[in-house]
Write a protein that binds this ligand. Structure first.
Ligand code: ADP
Length: 352
């Protein structure tokens, strides 16, 4: 009833906010809105009930900026984390693939929390879930809801869940979920962020029915900031720790082999492993990037011009390149932080 078709606005008020954000002009935005609406219409040409009261420009933003049709990450791309992969397969992927079996007492929880240090593969897991379960992936950073969408966060949250319910099965990945569902009740807590939190919790309750195939994944580096209401809704809580030594070697090998640069011996990788204790997956990626510059830097030091450099003449990456790179790339997670995660895991984590 209240749906307003996306007509061109003379005052430019339909597009202003989104065009600023998406960098589109009004005409391009109007076209894009129309395309999104067409795509979301059912076979009868009508927009689904859930979307009718939502603002078209927000639906466009969700469809184009937040929805990822091809997340392009598979389990095999993720090093280690066998425990998390096993839990997630059972709890999330099977139910999304076989909703007919996973009902009644087997019905899955609708909320999953991935917590642990930054750069350990939480986002990768979210994407892999969507990929493996052939689900649509929605990625939103909770801090952008409170910063970029000031005053509009609630509407965007409604649009997010609305579009997801038209794109089932769907995985909604909320990064930095602590900034949305934090327990801090400081005096400064804005009325608007309180409303946003309430709206989010309402939406989470709203899809908690057997018929809807939507999974919410929250990721955080600060699980201790989540309040009881958030914990209750995120029923499964998985610790995503720093990579083991095997996983670190795997990351090195995988990245270098892709470019045909892996020639390290077992002794070399053992040494690198000892030297990279405490590095996250993302630190390892940065380390490999830096080390892979070693052969190039050496050739340039010898006076070869970059334009004349032949790829086939460059030597493989060596242990020495890694030792040099270790001077540049330091671990980003401190040991103290790890203790906090482990404590929280013992108290609230899903251990089996
Ligand atoms: P998080 O969401 O935990 O902060 P991400 O999933 O965004 O971390 O990881 C950042 C990058 O670090 C990834 O794109 C990937 O290149 C690398 N990475 C992190 N963890 C792993 C892992 N377990 N296996 C392979 N690569 C990883």
């Amino acid at each position: 009833g209240n749906f307003v078709p996306p007509i061109r606005s003379n005052g430019g008020n339909v597009g202003n906010m989104t065009s600023r954000i998406a960098g589109k002009g009004d005409d391009a935005l109007d076209d894009s809105i129309k395309r999104c609406m067409d795509m979301l219409c059912g076979p009868d040409g009508e927009l689904p009930e859930k979307l009718r009261n939502l603002e078209p420009r927000l639906i466009e933003h969700i469809s184009n900026e937040i929805m990822d049709r091809d997340p392009n990450v598979r389990w095999d791309d993720i090093a280690g984390l066998d425990h998390a992969k096993k839990c997630v397969t059972e709890m999330v992927i099977w139910p999304l693939l076989r909703p007919d079996i996973f009902k009644g007492c087997r019905s899955p929880g609708r909320g999953l929390l991935l917590f642990g240090p930054p750069g350990t593969g939480k986002t990768m897991i979210g994407k892999a879930i969507a990929g493996e379960a052939k689900a649509t992936f929605f990625y939103i950073s909770a801090s952008s809801l409170t910063s970029k969408w000031i005053g509009e966060g609630e509407k965007l949250v409604r649009a997010l869940f609305g579009v997801a319910s038209c794109r089932q099965p769907a995985v909604i990945f909320v990064d930095e979920i602590d900034s949305l569902l934090s327990q801090r009740k400081s005096e400064g807590e804005h009325e608007s962020s309180r409303r946003l939190k309430t709206q989010f919790l309402i939406e989470m309750e709203g899809f908690d029915s057997v018929s809807e195939q939507i999974l919410l994944i929250g990721a955080t580096n600060r699980p201790q900031e989540l309040d009881e209401a958030a914990r209750r809704r995120l029923t499964k809580r998985l610790y995503i720790p720093l990579p083991s030594s095997d996983a670190r070697v795997w990351i090195i090998r995988n990245l270098l082999e892709k470019d045909g640069l892996f020639k390290l011996s077992k002794d070399d990788t053992d040494t690198i492993c000892k030297l990279t204790e405490g590095y996250s997956g993302s630190d390892m990626k940065n380390l490999v990037k830096d080390a892979s510059m070693g052969p190039l830097r050496e050739a340039l030091r010898q006076g070869i011009e970059i334009t004349k450099l032949k790829k086939e003449d460059m030597r493989p990456v060596t242990l020495q390149d890694f030792e040099d790179a270790l001077q540049e790339v330091r671990p980003s997670v401190s040991l103290n932080e790890l203790g906090t995660y482990e404590e929280w895991n013992k108290q609230f984590g899903s251990l089996s």
